[in-house]
Design a protein around this ligand. Structure first.
Ligand SMILES: Nc1ncnc2c1ncn2[C@@H]1O[C@H](COP(=O)(O)OP(=O)(O)OP(=O)(O)O)[C@@H](O)[C@H]1O
Ligand SMILES: [Mg+2]
Length: 400
């Protein structure tokens, strides 16, 4: 039997992650066949700003993954990031087509299509539509509508929209790297697909993906997506603050963050002297370093809290906040987030994936292949994920 290989490609601000996986035969999850991570170039705050540099970097990742899995790669589910992404709500109305009033899949497709008639500025476009609920002859709150009877069918959808030039830049880079794109998924929603369980989504939960240049948030309640937003701030801002605060170079600051960084000031006043090749030795106290990190991490958390409060009653999320992204590797971030958000907080781990990889920075690319499992031809999705096949690709524009 031919093995179905699904590829995820996450072009992040600091690194490109590419992963190959195959659905387990018993349908219970995914097996990882190979994974590579390469430095990213030509990407700023989650968006491609230099096509040539970004293409070169994607080609390097693609070639490496091809040699890891000993197979040619021709298509990949890709993430799209950047604070240009936004959600809009929209409604569509159609008359049920069958004479006996039974609602068919075709009616559902038409009413979702009708809901895409959003008035967007000419440089914005819809990436995905997510059905929220259907209304049949005025009865609201219906999730599964096929087979019901009625005359008037309405749909309420969330449309994920973005800035066309950024979307085009990203697709150009991927296509120029010899990779076709069956579907494109916002980074925050891909991360959610990897780490959130249906139960958490039912209770009310948020995922916070702290990347290098951006932080993505996705909020779920009663099983559905409620809100998503991406802020142009991330762990790279912490590195820059350390570089300024300790008067050192960027690379030294990055190394100090990873080796000595923590989110909550310790009582100890231990002084560290770090010597780095080609740079002046840096001397600092743990206390001072953690103050720098705490201040910026708080800012990121406060932005998330503001967004969560916009869409939930008093910021109430019983299943709390799940952290992922490379920025979530900072020690004590869970404690700081609990204190700031006044919610349960934990580090995200993947579901339904057979892997030793539980690196928080990989959740987006894992989510892409999980999402891809539901999208590939003949795929039924992974039971229990409750997200696969949920986002619907609107345009078939990603295949040249
Ligand atoms: N051990 C660590 N401690 C603290 N920060 C870390 C650690 N490891 C990685 N990071 C930070 O995580 C960031 C990279 O995370 P990630 O790979 O999720 O970002 P990205 O996907 O490239 O960026 P974005 O999602 O913003 O486009 C970097 O800023 C890096 O400094
Ligand atoms: Mg990322």
């Amino acid at each position: 039997m031919k093995q179905n290989i699904i590829i995820g490609l996450d072009i992040g601000t600091s690194s490109i992650k590419m992963l190959a996986a195959t659905p387990l035969e018993d349908g219970t999850g995914l097996e990882i066949l190979g994974f590579v991570e390469e430095p990213s170039f030509g990407v700023r705050r989650g968006v491609v700003v230099n096509l040539e540099e970004a293409t070169k970097a994607v080609v390097v990742a693609k070639n490496r993954l091809e040699s890891v899995i000993s197979k040619k790669i021709s298509e990949a589910f890709i993430s799209i990031g950047g604070s240009h992404l936004f959600l809009a709500t929209s409604r569509g109305v159609v008359a049920v087509s069958r004479a006996d009033g039974q609602i068919s899949q075709e009616d559902v497709d038409r009413v979702l299509q009708a809901a895409q008639a959003l008035s967007l500025e000419s440089n914005k476009e819809i990436l995905d539509v997510i059905p929220k609920e259907f209304v049949v002859d005025g009865v609201t709150g219906i999730k599964e509508v096929v087979g019901m009877r009625g005359v008037r069918l309405e749909s309420e959808v969330l449309a994920v929209c973005g800035f066309t030039p950024y979307i085009k830049n990203l697709t150009s880079v991927v296509l120029a790297s010899g990779i076709e794109i069956p579907n494109m998924i916002p980074t925050s929603l891909a991360a959610a697909a990897a780490v959130l369980t249906p139960h958490q989504k039912e209770l009310g939960v948020a995922v916070l993906d702290i990347g290098a240049g951006t932080t993505g948030l996705a909020v779920f309640q009663e099983g559905d997506l409620l809100h998503t937003a991406i802020f142009p701030i991330g762990s790279e801002n912490i590195t820059n603050d350390i570089a300024i605060g300790l008067r050192t170079e960027h690379d030294a600051a990055e190394q100090i963050k990873k080796e000595y960084g923590t989110c909550m000031p310790s009582r100890g006043r231990k002084t560290e002297k770090v010597e780095m090749e080609g740079a002046e030795p840096v001397t600092f106290t743990q206390h001072f370093l953690s103050h720098i990190i705490e201040a910026r991490t708080k800012e990121i958390l406060q932005q998330a809290q503001k967004e969560i409060k916009k869409v939930t009653k008093h910021g109430d999320l019983p299943a709390g906040v799940v952290l992922c992204g490379g920025g979530a590797k900072l020690p004590k971030i869970v404690d700081l987030a609990k204190k700031e958000l006044k919610l349960p907080v934990k580090i995200g781990t993947p579901h339904n994936v057979v892997t030793a990889q539980d690196d928080t920075a990989l959740m987006t690319v894992l989510g892409l292949v999980i999402q891809g499992t539901g999208d590939y031809e003949g795929g039924d999705g992974i039971p229990g994920i409750g997200f696969t096949g949920f986002l619907k690709k609107v345009f078939g524009v990603f295949i040249p």
